[in-house]
Write a protein that binds this ligand. Structure first.
Ligand code: GTP
Length: 445
């Protein structure tokens, strides 16, 4: 599932994530590759266009181009767009309280996995503490009632069926009173499918729908059919009205187009996915987790969020201003340590970035060195921190003994700091280079 799409996304985003500056051309190239990957995955063309346009629009803004970590900001944008495409929020079933009957109507084409999915959901709801009843209202396929009864035995959920009855609406009416009389609080109705969408099927479902008045009208669509699944969902929604979709056969080798287009086209959420033939293989659909899986990005998004929390944009800008006007002091330098500490171990953070493992200068991230420098600055007076030029030989000696380091260490820090300020000054005219420098500076302490 999604294998090829994930491979492309990982490649594109890995290339971008390593960059400390990003140009409009980089964005265009990355988005172009994403566009091709989505089309190849059979995602609806209009959905792809919208995705691409929104991504470019957002990525072109100040946030990415002038950001201290542009590659990661870009990944975050693509990830958020993907979550949006998949439906934003995890959407469960809107069931009534335990003392009121909640009817659920299942619909879909023949072979979509409807009957199996009815039983899967019944089992799930039973485990969640509800009291479900399965109703066999698929009276077209001869073996459907028997199939549901077998599944009922497997799951321990009672099945309501009326021998010899030909009209599904009549079965549903009787089932409603049976469920109420016997204190079932959930009723799952399996209806018949057809090979194709046709008027007979729609009329039958509409009729059942008006009698049942379900709290959930769920369409079971076969993920393997790609765009066809989206068209079917659209049609059922317009003619009967659905509250959500269950994508079956999600475990198969599908290209993912259905999952990625459904919400945008139908405006109805995917609520569950069937992930195998076994009766317990039904999972709730989480757009955010699915997006991370598709992007093959693992922890990157949470990493970016963490970094965003600690390195606030305004703080970074203020720092930039200080660097421009050469008022950046050892006190500001010290504050960078605190910021990094807030982010946790820098080494482990860096390792969360795909492609970064092994590409990192271990010394640059040596936290022992960081601790030493921090101790040195903490042993200085505020006056010294704000104007390091006053730190002569005797002050250096005092600071070294106060911080448990050597004069050599103090000298090295002051030299490094001077060099850094000089470089920053040289770059005052180039803001992007400065931002780049800042991000490196964060990793070079
Ligand atoms: N791999 C896999 N197979 C599934 C899944 N859901 C259903 N199936 C299989 O799909 C086939 C069709 O499922 P049914 O439940 O009989 O389909 P149906 O929609 O009820 O068919 P009709 O009653 O004819 O409309 C069966 O072989 C199921 O085992 C799934 O999530 N993954």
């Amino acid at each position: 599932m999604f294998d090829k799409l994930t491979r492309t996304f990982s490649d594109v985003l890995r290339q971008v994530s390593g960059k400390s500056s990003i140009s409009e051309k980089n964005i265009q190239d990355a988005v172009e590759e994403i566009k091709i990957a989505l089309l190849e995955a059979d995602v609806n063309l209009r959905v792809v266009r919208r995705f691409v346009n929104h991504t470019i629009e957002e990525a072109r803004g100040e946030k990415v181009l002038r950001s201290v970590n542009p590659g990661q900001q870009f990944i975050k944008i693509v990830h958020d767009r993907m979550v949006n495409l998949l439906g934003s929020e995890t959407e469960g079933l809107q069931l009534k309280g335990p003392d009121t009957l909640s009817p659920i109507l299942f619909m879909g084409l023949q072979g979509s996995g409807k009957t199996t999915t009815c039983a899967k959901l019944a089992l799930r709801l039973k485990k969640e503490g509800r009291k479900p009843l399965l109703v066999a209202a698929d009276l077209v396929r001869p073996a459907a009632v028997k199939q549901l009864q077998l599944l009922g035995e497997q799951t321990g959920v009672p099945v309501f069926a009326v021998e010899g009855e030909k009209k599904p609406v009549k079965v549903v009416k009787q089932a409603l009173s049976f469920a109420k009389k016997n204190s079932f609080n959930t009723m799952i109705v399996d209806t018949s499918g057809r090979m194709h969408l046709d008027d007979d099927l729609m009329k039958e479902i509409q009729e059942i729908n008006s009698v049942l008045k379900p709290v959930e009208g769920l369409l079971v669509a076969d993920a393997m059919t790609g765009q066809q699944a989206v068209e079917i969902a659209k049609e059922f929604n317009e003619r009967v009205g659905i509250t959500g979709v269950i994508l079956s056969k999600f475990d198969s080798d599908t290209r993912g187009g259905a999952a990625l287009s459904l919400k945008s086209v139908t405006k109805k959420p995917i609520k569950y996915v069937g992930v195998g033939e076994k009766i317990d293989e039904l999972e709730q659909f989480h757009p955010d987790r699915m997006a991370s899986r598709i992007l093959g990005m693992g922890d990157v998004v949470s990493l970016v969020e963490k970094a965003q929390e600690t390195i606030q944009e305004e703080e970074a800008e203020e720092l930039q201003k200080k660097l421009q006007s050469s008022t950046f002091t050892l006190q500001d330098y010290l504050e960078q340590f605190t910021r990094i500490k807030k982010m946790g171990s820098l080494q482990s953070l860096v390792e969360m970035i795909p492609g970064m493992k092994g590409n990192i200068d271990e010394d640059a991230l040596n936290s022992k060195e960081m601790k030493k420098e921090e101790a040195i600055i903490l042993s200085m007076t505020l006056q010294e921190r704000h104007n390091h030029r006053i730190i002569g030989p005797s002050r250096r000696k005092r600071i070294a003994s106060g911080s448990g380091t050597s004069v050599f260490d103090v000298n090295r820090l002051l030299k490094k700091f001077d060099k850094m300020r000089l470089m920053m000054k040289k770059m005052t005219k180039n803001k992007k280079l400065q931002a780049q420098m800042l991000s490196q500076f964060n990793g070079n302490i």
